[in-house]
Design a protein. Structure first.
Lengths: 110, 115
């Protein structure tokens, strides 16, 4: 079955710096790759997603890139702010489910 | 904005007891899911449900688990005989499209504590 690896597990940046989180997946049938942000005690919330027919997608300070050949996808957050501090999960979707990575705890220090 | 709602928000139960977690998916959604998250760990897929039947389930979803859509709005997860390791946050989710094409909307979760 699908396996999603996510790195790093923790990431600490200064406000204004960029943050990059990387994921790899194993199942070539996966064709949908969402990123979720989860604040402490809250539900996961979708922040951006990308489909397999697209190599890059951007939404204000957030961008995602996908390399289907290498089975890699990455989240890029620019000009980080303290409110970006949370756990970020990547996911890959083969068929009718999402398989999540282990999460990255991002801390943005003022 | 429509939301997935879950009840209870927190349930404490004794080992061996049955638990039912309830979810009301977004009304026009057709695909329903249960996920769980053990404290500090990743979100794990349990089961997907479409057209009144299970479409896929994980290894975690063994004979102790069952799902049901008893009426037109509720979607339930039953754990027949709870174990200590069932303690986790259980998230219900729904989507308008199949999971590999459409956004999943998560509920706020039901925290289950098994003593």
């Amino acid at each position: 079955g699908e396996n999603v690896e996510q790195h790093p597990s923790t990431l600490s940046v200064q406000e204004g710096d960029s943050a990059v989180i990387k994921c790899t997946y194993s199942d070539s049938a996966s064709n949908y790759f969402p990123w979720y942000k989860q604040e402490l005690g809250k539900r996961p919330q979708l922040i951006i997603d990308i489909r397999s027919n697209v190599g890059e997608k951007k939404d204000q300070r957030i961008a995602v890139t996908l390399n289907k050949t290498a089975k890699h996808f990455s989240l890029h957050i620019t000009e980080t702010q303290p409110e970006d501090s949370a756990v970020y999960f990547c996911a890959a979707s083969p068929y009718n489910k999402l398989i999540f990575g282990a999460g990255t705890r991002l801390a943005v220090h003022p | 904005e429509p939301e997935v709602t879950q009840t209870p928000s927190h349930q404490v139960t004794q080992m061996g007891q049955e638990v039912i977690l309830r979810c009301v998916p977004i009304s026009n959604h057709l695909y329903f899911y249960w996920y769980r998250q053990i404290l500090g760990q990743k979100v794990e897929f349990l089961v997907s449900f479409y057209n009144n039947e299970i479409s896929e389930k994980s290894e975690i979803f063994d004979d102790q688990f069952s799902v049901e859509r008893p009426d037109g709005s509720n979607f339930t997860l039953k754990i027949r005989s709870t174990k200590l390791e069932d303690s986790a946050m259980y998230f219900c989710a729904s989507s308008e499209e199949q999971g590999n094409t459409g956004e999943l909307f998560f509920g706020e979760g039901s925290r289950l504590t098994v003593l």
